[in-house]
Design a protein around this ligand. Structure first.
Ligand code: NI
Length: 455
């Protein structure tokens, strides 16, 4: 079946009528574009200069006002700067702006980039970021997101690690001195950032941490590494779901007991670690393992078993190196590789560190951003592989709050520990992890201290 096309013939009056409507619609459209342009775009040109301003297109009035004021001040500075210049060269001076917007549930962020040409071979780039905090309904900056006065220093350390890693991974050979000076503890150095799903993204404009050719450097810091650095309400991530599921002991039953923390370094191992785990319930004991990151994968089943039973898993670094002999990047690498390996197995972040040989200093503590657990009872179990001797030493030196150093590489160490538990139990001792000990004693551990005992 065919449709017949109907041709509509317009009268002369109809043609005029429709044309008028058309013109009307187009003019309304043009007007609205014009006012839109007027609101967000400005061009100004003279013999001497060209100004092109692209205002951030957002709905939020505070952000618009803040942006306009900031740009206005920069524009005035630009005009003042070129006013004095009488030597007109062929190229016009320029002032141009561009921007990026990020937005999530909690905040709206604007990253403004201003390019100025005031002679010479290059544009000058200025970066400026600011954020609108939706809860508090105000414009804020990086310092408003930081937990306390030490946070910026810690953020600088983590950033240093990720910038150097970026350099390594991209074969860029960043100059370490330049990176460090670009990351000095100054809020201005950490002004440009975005809270995205995967973590905190920080942007370093060209020339801040690397040469111009490297361009803008972006790093991404996972939220779990920003605990205690960025205020927790901005750490928008699901903490390990079973973070404390493993710690279901009722600690009240220990409140009247003397407490002692058995800690085992250098493992896990198959025979010794599992022998210990097999016997802990006999003494209602839980212990702390400071594991080597390099062993975690090989003994992941044993480690998972230890964790699931409610023992505390801490880090003894990746390769058992004396941290005080390493540069900052390698210190961070030893720490992070181990923490990542542990998390892979336990799905939980570890906050406890035992530096190899007990060697650490304030800079390393700051880089690690963990609780530093040393010991006060050194059994020397690696030297004297004699359970009786190990047990005697522990029992003779035991006191409330003590931290005992052992190694779950040797069965003799495990036997000695179990023997000591059997005897100490009769003296009213309970065997707890470092974390449990701090909770029972109501002590808030601090990250910039070494703990030899907990009391
Ligand atoms: Ni060790």
């Amino acid at each position: 079946m065919k449709y017949k096309k109907k041709k509509i013939k317009l009268t002369k009056f109809g043609k005029i009528f429709f044309s008028l409507i058309g013109i009307f619609i187009i003019s309304i459209f043009m007007l609205s574009i014009n006012s839109f342009k007027h609101r967000f775009y400005k061009v100004e040109e003279s013999d001497k200069y060209l100004i092109e301003i692209n205002y951030p297109q957002v709905k939020n009035k505070s952000i618009i006002a803040y942006s306009k004021e900031y740009i206005k001040n920069m524009e005035n500075d630009f005009k003042n700067n070129i006013e004095g210049i009488t030597d007109l060269n062929s190229a016009k001076y320029e002032f141009k702006t561009d921007y990026e917007i990020t937005e999530n549930e909690d905040m709206l962020g604007v990253h403004l980039i201003i390019y100025e040409y005031t002679g010479g071979a290059h544009y000058i780039r200025h970066d400026k970021s600011y954020y609108y905090e939706k809860d508090e309904e105000k414009v804020v900056s990086i310092t408003d997101f930081l937990e306390d006065e030490k946070s910026l220093d810690k953020l600088a350390n983590i950033s240093y690690y990720y910038v150097m890693k970026y350099s390594d991974e991209n074969d860029l050979n960043f100059d370490e001195k330049m990176v460090k000076s670009g990351l000095e503890c100054d809020p201005k150095n950490f002004e440009h950032f975005n809270f995205i799903d995967a973590g905190l993204e920080i942007i370093f404009p060209p020339l801040q941490v690397a040469c111009h050719a490297a361009g803008e450097i972006k790093i991404l810091i996972p939220y779990n590494e920003l605990e205690g650095i960025i205020k927790s309400k901005y750490l928008n991530y699901n903490k390990s779901e079973d973070e404390h599921v493993n710690n279901t002991r009722n600690l009240k039953e220990f409140s009247n007991k003397k407490l002692i923390a058995f800690t085992f370094d250098d493992g896990p191992s198959y025979i010794a670690t599992n022998k210990l785990l097999d016997n802990l319930d006999r003494y209602n004991a839980r212990v702390t393992f400071f594991v080597l990151g390099s062993r975690v994968n090989d003994y992941n089943v044993t480690l998972k078993r230890a964790y699931d039973m409610g023992n505390l898993i801490g880090s003894h670094t990746y390769s058992h190196v004396d941290l005080t002999t390493l540069n900052n990047f390698n210190v961070m690498e030893e720490i992070k590789k181990t923490n990542d390996a542990i998390k892979e197995v336990t799905n939980s972040d570890t906050l406890y560190l035992r530096p190899p040989y007990g060697n650490t200093d304030s800079e390393i503590r700051n880089l690690a951003n963990m609780y530093n657990i040393l010991w006060d009872l050194d059994t020397e179990d690696w030297k004297y592989k004699d359970p009786e001797r190990i047990a005697n030493y522990i029992v003779e030196n035991a006191h409330d709050g003590a931290i005992v150093l052992l190694h779950d590489l040797y069965e003799t160490s495990v036997d000695g520990a179990l023997l000591a538990m059997e005897r100490l139990e009769k003296e009213g001792y309970a065997f707890v992890t470092i974390e449990e000990m701090a909770i029972i004693k109501n002590i808030d551990l601090e990250k910039d201290k070494n703990y030899y005992q907990i009391q």
